[in-house]
Design a protein around this ligand. Sequence first.
Ligand SMILES: *[C@@H]1O[C@H](CO)[C@@H](O)[C@H](O)[C@H]1NC(C)=O
Ligand SMILES: *[C@@H]1O[C@H](CO)[C@@H](O)[C@H](O)[C@H]1NC(C)=O
Ligand SMILES: *[C@@H]1O[C@H](CO)[C@@H](O)[C@H](O)[C@H]1NC(C)=O
Length: 475
Amino acid sequence: MRLFVILVFGVTFIELVLCYIDTQNNNFLIKRNTEEEKRYKPDWEDLDKRPLPQWYDQAKIGIFLHWGVFSVPSFSSEWFWKNWQDPHGKVALFMSKNYPPNFTYQDFAPMFKAEFFDPNKFADLFKKAGAKYVVLTSKHHEGFTLFPSKRSFSWNSVDVGPHRDLVKDLGEAVKDALVFTIHCMNEQTYADTKLWPDIKQLITDYQPSVLWSDGDWEAKDTYWKSCDLLAWLYNDSPVKNEIVVNDRWGIGIPCKHGDFYNCADRYNPGRLQNHKWENAFTLDKKSWGYRRNMEVSDVLTMKELLNHIISTVSCGGNALINVGPTKEGTIAPIFEERLLDLGKWLKVNGEGIYGSSPWSTQNDTFNGNIWYTCVKTQYDAMNPTAIPSESDTVTAVYAFFLDWPETNTLILANATSLVQDYWRIQMLGYKGNYLDYKLLPNDRVAITLPGLEHVKSENAWTLKFVPPYSVSVVL
Ligand SMILES: *[C@@H]1O[C@H](CO)[C@@H](O)[C@H](O)[C@H]1NC(C)=O
Ligand SMILES: *[C@@H]1O[C@H](CO)[C@@H](O)[C@H](O)[C@H]1NC(C)=O
Ligand SMILES: *[C@@H]1O[C@H](CO)[C@@H](O)[C@H](O)[C@H]1NC(C)=O
């Protein structure tokens, strides 16, 4: 999908994450010595030296919202307007069949009413889902802004449509509970006159903690003046201690620079990455914006969703889960159900997700759909995806599995040294004792699971390996 976009469209997206975090817990922010604060030079070499604020590495789960005028036709995808340019495409056909001949894309805007939008309901749902940050499209390719941009007169959600500052309303509702993000995208962007003034307005007025940029494939980072903006963000912005940015800052930059990498849409490499990254994917497999003709088979199942999350976190990533709200300001019940089920799952299994780090193995060599994480006491802000080193204290290792073995026996290759060192095995969501195991030849361990009916979890389960003594053990 992204490649298609690169070739065809001349646009720029900028997504911003507005995030409110517990500033009393300084551990989550970049610690700064006020006497001698590092100032970043506007070049990648220096910008790449910035430590990753810990809150982002610990958060693991975010919600992405694609919302805008494209939510009115809610057909095809959020690229509705662009796709309409193709006179033989399905969007043009849809328009000629259902709308008067002179109907323009702009005519959809007054129909974007968001009349049922209750930001507290959104915030409550995302909190129940176990998300720690929320990303909202503040501006997509159509140029319509969900905040009163001073450079988008009569083409923003305050002047037309909902007549509300949606960025502000959602931002205030998620405050204290979640990190809030904005996504935005420009049709014709001029770095000096439009893009940076809009971004600086967003950063100053809403104080986000993530700036999620997109549409960078149009031009080089030097055209966007990306390094200058980032140096301002890191040195002088009101969110300089907690802000994190992604990697879409110009041709050739994705997967190379940024606090975290998105690389491509739905990037999920299945291997440990040596830089913090994020898997942005969507519950409706076919679109980021809401589609009225979505079918249940288009929606990720709970197992698929958990598979994404578990493999992503195990390899050092965060999961950014997209849903498209409707033009009325609601979230489709099928998405709501997935998110609530995710929250239930995380209540039981989340201790191996939030605040975890990659372990020395990601997926088990014998049983490849079993994914490991660990919890270690030290946070390495310069290398947050590093596996535990000799000097690290590991307090638990987690193994997530998505298929319950019919024999109730789970065989692992990479947990053998743990049990040989007398680490004990628990099951999250199971009230019983430590699990029994047997060492097998060829360095495998067979773990006896309790009956499935005794475990309070569905679709994916978690073993927890704990050191033999209550004091932490050095690996
Ligand atoms: C469409 O617009 C043209 C030019 O403004 C006008 O002549 C025509 O009558 C319009 N057609 C309809 C169906 O409104
Ligand atoms: C996982 O276990 C296999 C089999 O014992 C072993 O060959 C492999 O090196 C282990 N992987 C890691 C990363 O330790
Ligand atoms: C580990 O996961 C990757 C990515 O999903 C897969 O290609 C590989 O086969 C898995 N390893 C094993 C041993 O199954």
